[in-house]
Design a protein around this ligand. Sequence first.
Ligand SMILES: Nc1ncnc2c1ncn2[C@@H]1O[C@H](COP(=O)(O)OP(=O)(O)OP(=O)(O)O)[C@@H](O)[C@H]1O
Ligand SMILES: [Mg+2]
Length: 462
Amino acid sequence: MDAIVARVLIVDDDAASRRLLEVRLRALGCETAMAADGQEALAAIQQELPALMLLDLEMPRMGGMELLRTLRRDAVDLPVIVITAHGSIEAAVEAMREGTYDFLPKPFDPHHLEIVVRKALERRQLVQANRLLQASLDARIPQILGDSPTIRQAAELARKAAGSNSTVLLLGESGTGKEVFAHAIHRWSERRDKPLVIVNCVALSEHLLESELFGHERGAFTGAHQTKKGKFELAHGGTVFLDEIGDMPGALQAKLLRVLQDHSFERVGGTKSIRADIRVIAATNRNLDDAVKEGRFREDLFYRLNVMRISLPPLRDRMEDIPALAGHFVTKYAAEVKKRVRDVNSQALTILQAHTWRGNVRELGNVIERAVVLCSGDQIGPVDLALSGSSSSTATSSAVVPTPLTDFHSQVKAHKQAVIRTALREAGGNQTKAAELLGLQRTYLVKLLRALGIRANGGAER
Ligand SMILES: Nc1ncnc2c1ncn2[C@@H]1O[C@H](COP(=O)(O)OP(=O)(O)OP(=O)(O)O)[C@@H](O)[C@H]1O
Ligand SMILES: [Mg+2]
């Protein structure tokens, strides 16, 4: 077996049992420290936090229970295994309430000692790894940026919604930050330590989406070899973000309505009613009012979702935020590609402020990312942006041809390039979406990109 590399603090007033534990733990590879009572233990912990503490309860000068309470009050992050003498079950149960991890009955069996110690240390390692992972994830979730009244109002509303358990409906064009807001609401809510589970309602077929959301029982359909919990169950205590809710198939809309109304549902193929304590945040870039009128979206579900409705402003309605947003993206992408690009110069800023941002913040982010890569100095200039002036070109507009009248073929090529760039921009760089916008097969679009020398994100190939 592997040696256990960890520092363990042994707290016991009986010198003989301290010694015995020390010998056993060292044999396992542990480093040990000793204390004869609670006060000595506190001093030792202050000096160096061990990975684990073995604690006797009966001791003069601050007993084990008092030490446990003190550690808990000070939120000291230290797993504890209590050493229980024969017949002290009650005290052990009380210690468990103070957050003790496990017991070790006296006299100890060496194998039992090893198992208990290993288990405690493994668990600690898992908890720490999980915390690190969580922290790195949190760092990747963007903050809500922007100081314009429209975005501030939306953020204010989101903060209020976060304090309640109400369903939140996020509306807004593509790239306006619906997902950013969903994360923020979860993080601001009391559910923050529980999972935020994201489900894209358009990415899966109806059948798969149903089992994804509600889970299924074993044998519910061909291929259901095992019972599987759905996202609603997995999110228990937390938040479910239903993205692209406007595209949810009708049959599932009815089932979702029931979840929102009485928090219960059945797994696919199951009869047992399952309850889940969840808050739902839904988002769509579709016009739900229209979808209801046209019968594509259930009216009762719409009202149920529409409790807290937050509309995210398109970027063109908050152009005053562009300098700050652009600055943020410059810092972010410069750090990513390790370039010393500082900011955007004033001519480039004028272009950014004149552009029609159909892809909203996402598009701005993409433009700046490309500009940072292209930029050769420490300031982004107009050329780096690769935006055609104040162009508000659309795929159908004939005003997109930026070249003066030259020969036919180069004009057609320029026009094709402009149309494709616009589509890519609108699709936030997503080629599948861009192809859809243009009514092309994705493979054909890829061919065109190559033929026209357009980089995948819409910029020119250099
Ligand atoms: N207010 C904002 N503050 C900071 N970043 C933002 C904001 N709005 C959008 N972004 C950035 O823009 C990008 C798109 O945002 P997000 O994915 O939240 O948009 P969305 O509304 O969900 O779009 P879609 O409808 O296409 O899914 C992300 O990279 C995000 O970091
Ligand atoms: Mg989204």
